[in-house]
Design a protein around this ligand. Sequence first.
Ligand SMILES: NC(=O)c1ccc[n+]([C@@H]2O[C@H](COP(=O)([O-])OP(=O)(O)OC[C@H]3O[C@@H](n4cnc5c(N)ncnc54)[C@H](O)[C@@H]3O)[C@@H](O)[C@H]2O)c1
Ligand SMILES: [Zn+2]
Length: 374
Amino acid sequence: MTALARETVRVELPARGYDITIGAHLTEELGTRLNPLLTRPKTAVVTDTTVAGFHLAKLQASLNAAGMTHDTIVLPAGEASKSFAQLAQLCDRLLGAGIERNDAILAFGGGVIGDLAGFAAAVLRRGVGLIQVPTTLLAQVDSSVGGKTAINSPRGKNLIGAFHQPLAVFADISLLGTLPARQLRAGYAEVVKYGLLGDARLFDWLDANASLVVALQVPELVRAIASCCRAKATIVARDETETSERALLNLGHTFAHALEAATGYGDKLLHGEAVAIGMAMAFRLSAALGYCSAADARRVESHLANIGLPTAITDVTDDLPSASSLLDIMRQDKKARRGGIVLILVRGIGKAFVAVDIADSRILSFLEAELNRS
Ligand SMILES: NC(=O)c1ccc[n+]([C@@H]2O[C@H](COP(=O)([O-])OP(=O)(O)OC[C@H]3O[C@@H](n4cnc5c(N)ncnc54)[C@H](O)[C@@H]3O)[C@@H](O)[C@H]2O)c1
Ligand SMILES: [Zn+2]
């Protein structure tokens, strides 16, 4: 009965702890599972056009069967929806739907919907409840867990947001079957990130089982997602607002954000692909600086390449940015502290640390070498 393999991961936060339930066919059970979490049988579903096309009918049938009244708000798919204009419209529609202070809204989509609906939940009536039903692999292991919500500013991604923890997260792996293979692989980059940053045994397990995970084999996929959620939950419980340890979750991300900005946040380079490149870069820089072995860096590269992920910016485009423009973007990263670049480097697989003292000139020469890889 592998189809019923289920795992629950608890996020322990003072007075705001919540469960992440992971398994197949959870959407069909959502109506009954939500009842005990809500103060009355009413919610508003926020989703995007793509997810609605594939999966909304199942969710609505489940809510109807449980006697739960609900409005459904379908937004355009894509990053552009994380805007003030969409936030304003969404809040207006939620108020129009009669969502009150003690109600909860349901985010049914990838990280875009989770971040936008999550931010709306954080500010609507000074905070209403939020249920996350993430529908991408990236959202199931990362964005739906931990309470970060945000929209984008023309000056940068995720610059306007709030911490707002959900009441519960339901990661239904059956929803991933309609995800394009490229999106699934990009999400896998965030999966392996947890092994690389803090859990060498998880990396070893993924090294042996990654092909089953991306082939959506139920037990392996549930186990991988649960491991990631457990890792993130542990870090978030110790450092909810990212004053220290939570920064390790940014492994590969300072490089990734610079590459995404330089390539225009488009289809050329998905976020997870940028993260794969960024993690390979973090290992290569760590090896060049003598923090980690070249063998570990090579092992990470071949793991990512075996999944079909890029490991260098030269893998994805010939239209390369300059090293100095990448460095400028890295200096503006919101994680930069007092103008200095904060990098997450590694002492080996599973041993990430925060490095604040790498000279800009050293980073620049590393970026130049990266752009000249053949
Ligand atoms: N809050 C956090 O902690 C956090 C962490 C990581 C990323 N994020 C944010 O998450 C966003 C990226 O998330 P994402 O990769 O899920 O992007 P996304 O929400 O844009 O989803 C990717 C694409 O897949 C489609 N899709 C979603 N579920 C589907 C399904 N089951 N079947 C078919 N298509 C489906 C979407 O419509 C979209 O076109 C970014 O905005 C990023 O900033 C937030
Ligand atoms: Zn990421």
